[in-house]
Design a protein. Structure first.
Length: 460
């Protein structure tokens, strides 16, 4: 392949990867694990040369145009520059003109595959790449491009095969090296992944995004200092890249460097205020610091940016409760219950906020409508029945006295105490709240709210 178009090939290929990654793969299932924390398989690949030196490609085109202005290679290079500039139709016209006279022109077909990738037509892109490989089985860029598509589809077996083939054709192919490294990462073969990323960094030591991938790998190999050094290097090479600060902030949190982590999340947000991920971790830090208003603002921003990020609803409901914004708290708990249908605590908290708003009948009707969804004989089922008929308290008192699980016992005590407060049985309520907070079972909403209700009596 002519060297003057290699650079542009990589440059535009990565644009295709970026469009594929962000335009075609962004839907998040509403009832899966936290989508945020899945490690991106393409931190370095998806940015390789995207932020490099496009002036080299421009220089290559100028030289080619000067020597052979009507040559097909010159037209292909020009088409790739048009792709880089987002002029898809003009690029397609240039490519089609070459293919009209040279239907088996490998570079024109490859360029067409890049265009289809940008358009999000993965099927057409794969077909064209397979055509390229059929015509030239040593076309490392096309082979690695297929590997990248299979990596996005999480078909790690095929991705590994294609990346391996690309490396056998060109052992300095960055996309293949980093792609295969990511396959090994997903297969938990971290030492093998590290060697591949090391090789990529040796080839392109000034390319910052490989250091991010290597940092993730080193972290999982318990080399925290090495991971931090790599993230520092990535930031040194590109001080305006969001994910370098985001990843370093998460690493610093793991190192219990909360204030330094906060600085990194602040920087990430300043770079890209429309990316919701850093707000999540910053909100957690604010919450640990007891900065309720700032925590609320961040959770509100998260929901504004990513409505389906249902993990925020329960936390925001709790924070609104702490600020006595009970109507807002009710709304958040209802939404949390809609997303997490098997977490019946959200339903109980939504009913409790209605009770506190003096909407007893509405609370009871809400619980009656949800009772059929509860797991029969669960503790939440019995609390719901008690909230529907609070005058029948002997049964629930017997159940809580028999409960052996400390966390469940603490949760039950909170709900009973909350009902006693509504009935103005303050002395008994305080006793139950004290018992609830004395149980060493952390990390759930009811205990935080029990502490809040108890503290109100201590300050009187």
């Amino acid at each position: 392949m002519n060297n003057r178009i290699v650079y542009a090939a990589y440059l535009i290929f990565i644009i295709a990867l970026l469009f594929l990654n962000f335009n075609c793969k962004t839907e998040t299932a509403a009832h899966t694990k936290d989508p945020l924390l899945e490690e991106s398989p393409f931190e370095s690949i998806s940015t390789f040369l995207m932020m490099g030196k496009p002036d080299k490609a421009l220089t290559a085109y100028e030289e080619a145009f000067k020597d052979k202005p009507e040559d097909s290679e010159t037209k292909i290079l020009y088409a790739r520059l048009l792709l880089f500039g987002g002029k898809l139709r003009e690029a397609e016209d240039e490519i089609d003109e070459v293919l009209k006279s040279e239907p088996q022109n490998v570079e024109a077909l490859y360029s067409k595959s890049l265009l289809k990738g940008i358009e999000g037509d993965e099927e057409a892109q794969k077909y064209l790449l397979e055509q390229v490989i059929a015509l030239d089985n040593s076309h490392a860029e096309a082979i690695s491009a297929l590997g990248a598509l299979y990596l996005y589809d999480k078909d790690y077996k095929k991705a590994e095969d294609y990346f391996g083939r690309a490396i056998s054709c060109d052992n300095e192919n960055m996309v293949a090296l980093l792609g295969l490294g990511n396959v090994k990462f997903h297969k938990k073969k971290y030492n093998e992944a590290l060697k591949l990323i090391d090789t990529a960094i040796e080839l392109e030591p000034e390319y910052p995004y490989s250091y991010i991938d290597r940092a993730k790998t080193k972290k999982l190999l318990n080399n925290v200092d090495g991971a931090l050094a790599d993230l520092n290097k990535a930031i040194q090479l590109d001080p305006e890249y969001y994910y370098s600060y985001f990843d370093r902030g998460r690493l610093l949190l793991n190192m219990r460097e909360r204030d330094r982590a906060l600085q990194d999340f602040n920087k990430a947000i300043s770079i890209d205020p429309e990316n919701f991920t850093a707000y999540i971790f910053r909100a957690g830090i604010f919450e640990e610091k007891g900065l309720v208003d700032k925590t609320i603002r961040d959770y509100e921003k998260i929901i504004e940016l990513k409505e389906e990020y249902y993990f925020a609803y329960s936390s925001l409901g709790m924070l609104y409760y702490l600020k006595e914004r009970l109507k807002d708290a009710h709304s958040m708990f209802v939404r949390a219950a809609e997303y997490e249908k098997e977490n019946y605590s959200h339903v109980l908290l939504a009913a409790l906020t209605l009770k506190k708003l003096k909407k007893e009948n509405q609370a009871q009707e809400y619980l009656k409508s949800k009772l059929k969804d509860f797991l029969n004989n669960s503790w939440q089922y019995h609390i719901a029945r008690y909230y529907i008929s609070p005058e029948n308290e002997s049964h629930i008192i017997a159940l809580v006295s028999e409960e052996k699980n400390p966390r469940i016992r603490s949760q039950m005590l909170f709900y009973i105490a909350a009902q006693y407060l509504l009935q103005d049985k303050k002395h008994t309520a305080v006793s139950f709240l004290q018992e609830a907070v004395d149980i060493e079972a952390w990390g759930y909403v009811e205990r935080r709210l029990a502490q809040y209700e108890l503290d109100k009596f201590k300050t009187k």
